[in-house]
Design a protein around this ligand. Structure first.
Ligand SMILES: C[S@@+](CC[C@H](N)C(=O)[O-])C[C@H]1O[C@@H](n2cnc3c(N)ncnc32)[C@H](O)[C@@H]1O
Length: 237
């Protein structure tokens, strides 16, 4: 049985217990990431375009309402290996499309989506499968489409403390940002960049701005790695 089927009911309580000392809830951190995602899509595609977007490892779909707020016009699909959490997401957010899959082959045709993202998923995927995970995301994204992978930053001591205290991270293997960006390049993603986020747990405008200024410094609690799918040289001929 996929690991996260065991956490259908206590997933949110376990995370909130591990981060309680920060004074913020899981919903807060989820909202911050939705805003980053919305900004990245806006920068790439302009505002409020009709985009097809895939969330790989969507869990309960917690971020989906915030994504609809951050970027209007998205057609959202969520996939996950844990059937019980996918069922939960589907009943909470019937406006989106949810599917269970085997964790190996994404159940969509090549070049279906404008963007694919994964949030705090890869550290739950066994390391020998990391390349396949990123290659599958590349396969289903259209030319010029965008990859966004959000991960915990193992260089941040507070993040390590949270992960060590969170039961659902018992088997997690954290990826340093450099390793993830190298893997993205190796699997065919182009223009790969890392941006560090969540330097403070404060949500007022000046602190949000500070977060953006510090983005190149590898100390934020989390980071995201972005990449673009470029046409293969032979398809340009
Ligand atoms: C910490 S949860 C994150 C859920 C969601 N992305 C979020 O941020 O709220 C990790 C999720 O990754 C899923 N997962 C683990 N291995 C996976 C794989 N190979 N492919 C897709 N999802 C996977 C788990 O079932 C779980 O729902």
């Amino acid at each position: 049985m996929p690991e996260f089927d065991n956490y259908r009911d206590n997933y949110h309580d376990d995370i909130n217990a591990a981060i309680r000392f920060s004074g913020k809830s899981q919903a807060y951190f989820t909202q911050v990431k939705a805003r980053y995602l919305g900004n990245e899509l806006t920068q790439k595609f302009g505002a409020n375009n009709n985009l097809k977007v895939l969330d790989v490892g969507c869990g309960h779909g917690d971020i989906h309402p915030f994504i609809h707020q951050a970027y209007a016009g998205i057609e959202l699909t969520g996939i996950d290996v844990a059937g019980t959490v996918v069922d939960e997401a589907a009943s909470r957010y019937p406006e989106n499309d949810y599917r269970v899959y085997d964790g190996n082959r994404i159940p969509f045709e090549d070049e279906t989506f404008d963007s694919a993202f994964a949030i705090c998923v890869m550290h739950h995927v066994p390391p020998p499968q990391w390349e396949q995970f990123l290659r599958e995301m590349l396969r289903v994204v259209k030319e010029d489409g965008v990859l966004l992978v959000f991960e915990h930053n193992p260089s941040n001591p507070i993040t390590r403390r949270i992960v060590n205290n969170c039961p659902l991270d018992e088997n997690a293997v954290l990826l340093p940002a450099r390793q993830l960006s190298d893997l993205c390049q190796k699997t065919g993603w182009k223009d790969v960049r890392n941006q560090f986020i969540l330097f403070t747990p404060f949500s007022t405008k000046p602190f949000e701005q500070l977060d953006r200024w510090l983005g190149a410094i590898p100390l934020g609690a989390q980071y995201f790695t972005k990449g673009v799918r470029r046409a293969n040289k032979h398809t340009r001929l």
